[in-house]
Design a protein around this ligand. Structure first.
Ligand SMILES: *Cc1c(COP(=O)(O)O)cnc(C)c1O
Length: 454
């Protein structure tokens, strides 16, 4: 009879440093460009949006960046997070593979996102900032920043994509419980929001529009800055606590992953679990295969172009080189809302270009089937985003079964699905569909990428 095995670190074993993969990259990241001049941006270009401490982390090539003690103190509310061996899932699949998963759903927000929301609020508070603006799609990031804001006594203003605002009232209630203010985007509070509403009063909103609104408000006031929940280097950096802890825990389990699997929206939880292992291999340590899993309906890594593009719809953000579907591309509606972004983190994109990782895409119905199988074996109901990582891990385990190999698989379970049960209901009712994206729209969005002089 398989027993549950949970690998727990004590709080003194929680990492004291975040790991910065930029220190070990064989080639540096391509420059970030100013959208007007097409010249590399400097710290001053970013300072209306972010405090200097985060801008420094964005460009740092130092390998270890100290986690400030007040941040570690808050991390202790739920960190170190547990690592589990999925004995029952292995048995259900009849695989000789050993499957481990690192569970981030134990955070107060139920996902990995507070790992960066806390330090972002901390560095802003240190710089005297009183108010943060942000966007949220599925609601997890808005929840996490609202939580972080409450701990540092900051005002948080969240632009929630209109469809999600209407469909997920409980998410909004959680944000308000933490004291944040939540607005449906497009809103009438910004010039950009008003221009979108003038053209289409019932606009369902998009992440790109919500980002544009949050940025517009942040640049207008001295006491206000903007916070982003994924994509940027400093966000990925903060998430490396996941992989650093997992490394320690794999050693406790007397194991080491042959394969590391994570789901990718903007790329932050994936980078969090994978980058410490990639760095370990780059420094001459044992090499693991690294696999990113993305939704087939929004496949930036497997179908996007590696090119300079904007991060938002109104084209206010700098240009970064990344795998992108084009900033004007609107992905079909997707229950894993956190994976519905046109671009991929520049760091993850760069690592992909360097051949240090692989990517696969699966449809959402297949991913829900995997999530249900996981829940019935291990008990945890994964977030729809995390179902993609579960699916990726199960496919690896089934490959091991076919090949008769007892490999070790580690995957990131980025959050629980307790606020997403409506999508599980749809799945059980057979109403969850795989919507294909519009090939013509993708071709047009890619043709419209900004041209950047070489
Ligand atoms: C937001 C979210 C994601 C996707 O974002 P990444 O930056 O790619 O990690 C994945 N899983 C969960 C649970 C999320 O909340």
């Amino acid at each position: 009879m398989a027993v549950a095995t949970k690998y727990l670190l004590n709080e003194n074993q929680m990492p004291k440093f975040w790991y910065n993969l930029q220190a070990d990259l064989p080639q540096p990241l391509p420059a970030v460009l100013h959208p007007g001049t097409m010249q590399p941006v400097g710290p001053d270009d970013l300072s209306p949006l972010f405090p200097m401490a985060l801008i420094e982390q964005e460009v740092s090539t130092e390998r270890e960046i100290e986690i400030p003690e007040p941040v570690r103190d808050i991390y202790r509310l739920w960190r170190p997070a547990p690592l589990y061996r999925a004995h029952r899932l292995e048995k259900a699949l009849g695989t000789p593979a050993r499957i481990y998963y690192k569970y981030e759903g134990v955070s107060p927000a139920g996902s990995h996102k507070p790992n960066t929301a806390i330090p972002q609020a901390f560095y802003n508070a240190e710089a005297g900032i009183r108010r943060l603006t942000t966007e949220t799609g599925a609601g997890q990031w808005g929840t996490s920043l609202s939580f972080a804001g409450s701990l540092f006594d900051m005002e948080v203003l969240v632009f929630q994509v209109r469809v999600s605002y209407d469909q997920k009232p409980y998410r909004r209630a959680v944000m308000e419980t933490y004291g944040a203010r939540c607005l449906a985007s497009p809103s009438d509070q910004t010039a950009y929001g008003r221009s979108v509403l003038a053209e289409r009063p019932d606009h369902p909103g998009s992440l790109g529009i919500a980002i544009s609104e949050a940025v517009e408000l942040a640049v207008q006031r001295e006491d206000t800055k903007y916070a982003l929940g994924s994509v940027l280097n400093h966000v990925l950096l903060h998430q490396t606590v996941i992989g650093l802890e997992a490394m320690e825990q794999m050693q406790m389990a007397d194991a080491w992953p042959d394969v590391v699997v994570g789901c990718t929206g903007g790329g932050s939880n994936f980078a969090g679990i994978a980058f410490p292992f990639i760095g370990h291999a780059l420094r001459g340590g044992r090499k693991s295969r690294i696999v990113a899993v993305e939704p087939a309906a929004c496949p930036s890594l497997t179908r996007g172009k590696y090119a300079y593009d904007f991060g938002d719809t109104a084209h206010m953000t700098p240009l970064t080189k990344m795998h992108t579907l084009g900033s004007t591309f609107t992905p079909p509606s997707l229950h894993a809302g956190g994976l519905r972004y046109h671009g991929m983190a520049p760091m993850v994109s760069h690592v992909m270009e360097l051949g240090l990782m692989e990517a696969v895409a699966y449809s959402q119905v297949d991913c829900f089937a995997a999530g249900v199988a996981f829940a019935r074996a291990e008990g945890i109901v994964p977030a729809p985003e995390a179902n993609h990582a579960v699916k990726g891990a199960i496919e690896e385990a089934l490959r091991c079964k076919r090949e008769g190999r007892s490999e070790t698989i580690l995957f990131g379970l980025s959050g629980h699905g307790h606020f997403d049960m409506a999508s599980y209901q749809k799945y059980f009712a057979g109403e969850l569909r795989d919507e294909a994206y519009d090939e013509k729209e993708l071709a047009m969005a890619l043709a419209g990428l900004p041209s950047v002089p070489a």
